[in-house]
Design a protein around this ligand. Structure first.
Ligand code: MRU
Length: 354
């Protein structure tokens, strides 16, 4: 077991291919997929080979350039048409994480500007690849800043509970909610992480426990239904989670079960923090009620991981996310600093001072 305090990279761009760590195989196998087409990227996003809001956005950005590469011979109009077509197609892969749409909109806007500049299609394509690379690189710095801000809310010796995986695997590097743990480890600050296993597909057990453990960070895995007891034991002084979309009023969509954790935190007087980049804040979505919540196949619950655990034919409800009302969120930690209520005013201010 290596103790590098560094997360594994979930995606790499080789110059012509997208290499994706296949997160469905974790923690048993470290296997990279080699993707050549937008269709393969779409499938990787839909099937959770790559997941986590920022990582989905980065993968989709590379998916666009994989699609537009083949259209270069047709000239600039055909190239721009291919960019738009593939962006629209990739946007159908998953509905909740707004980073997906943010990245695709950014790629489309850049392509439109490049085409309007009169540059030949091959130069446009090269510049668009650089845009995808910029989205990828910026995410690393963004997460490092989120980690710095988050660390100001934590102190040596604290226990911190997290849900799902908002770590290095869910982003370009470091993660959002897990970023402070990597920074703390580098600086010798001792934090004790409690990772909810996160039913139904166990991102907490398979991914958060995996990435923190392999980085030598103190992590204790618990089942979701143990969080209340662990809080009552006095082992948790803060909760930090990531998010797929923050509405303009501060309501937060994140992995199913997050809302329950927030309610428990409030009941125990424990601060509940949400860590995310500005690209996850969606001022066009007024409240959590308007956030589209993905529903996933029943098999994730009835026969996840190859073993049947429910009767054939039983009715199943499997929402992938829930919404935590803003009143449960003590602070939202972004790359531009820590935002406190009233969120309807203070989230907007973040964008005004950009
Ligand atoms: O279904 P997933 O695994 O994509 O869900 C991921 C989460 O809920 C994360 O907490 C969220 O995307 C934030 S990642 C920095």
């Amino acid at each position: 077991m290596t103790t590098t305090h560094q997360p594994l990279s979930p995606l790499n761009w080789t110059g012509s291919q997208l290499e994706l760590l296949d997160q469905r195989q974790l923690p048993e196998r470290i296997e990279y997929l080699h993707l050549d087409t937008p269709e393969e990227v779409w499938e990787a996003i839909r099937s959770l080979a790559v997941r986590g809001a920022p990582a989905i956005g980065i993968a989709a950005a590379y998916g666009v350039v994989l699609g537009s590469a083949k259209a270069v011979q047709g000239g600039t109009d055909a190239w721009l048409d291919a960019v738009k077509r593939h962006a629209e197609y990739l946007a159908t892969s998953r509905p909740t994480a707004v980073n997906l749409f943010w990245a695709l909109d950014r790629m489309t806007a850049r392509a439109e500007a490049l085409a309007a500049s009169g540059a030949p299609a091959d130069s446009c394509q090269e510049a668009l690849v650089r845009e995808a690379e910029a989205i990828h690189a910026e995410d690393i710095e963004t997460n490092r800043l989120i980690g710095e801000h988050a660390l100001t809310l934590l102190a040596d010796g604290m226990g911190v509970l997290t849900h799902c995986n908002a770590g290095g695997l869910a982003t370009a590097k470091y993660g959002t909610a897990l970023a402070p743990f990597y920074l703390a480890a580098e600086r010798g600050i001792k934090l004790r992480v409690f990772a909810d296993e996160t039913r139904p597909v166990l991102q907490g057990a398979r991914l958060t426990a995996f990435e923190l453990h392999q980085a030598g960070i103190d992590v204790t895995l618990i089942c979701d239904n143990m969080a209340a007891a662990v809080m009552r034991s006095g082992w948790v002084q803060a909760v930090i989670v990531g998010t797929d979309r923050v509405a303009a009023n501060g309501d937060v969509a994140n992995k199913i079960g997050t809302y329950g954790v927030a309610v428990l935190a409030k009941a125990h007087g424990i601060p509940f923090y949400v860590a995310c980049p500005l690209s996850t804040i969606d001022l066009n979505t007024p409240t959590g009620a308007e956030i589209p919540i993905e529903e996933r196949p029943a098999e994730e619950i009835t026969e996840g991981f190859g073993r049947r655990t429910a009767p054939h034919g039983v009715r199943v409800y499997n929402p992938a996310f829930d919404v935590t009302p803003a009143e449960y969120v003590d602070a939202i930690i972004t790359e531009k600093g820590i935002v406190r209520p009233p969120y309807d005013v203070n989230l907007r201010k973040l964008f005004e001072t950009r």
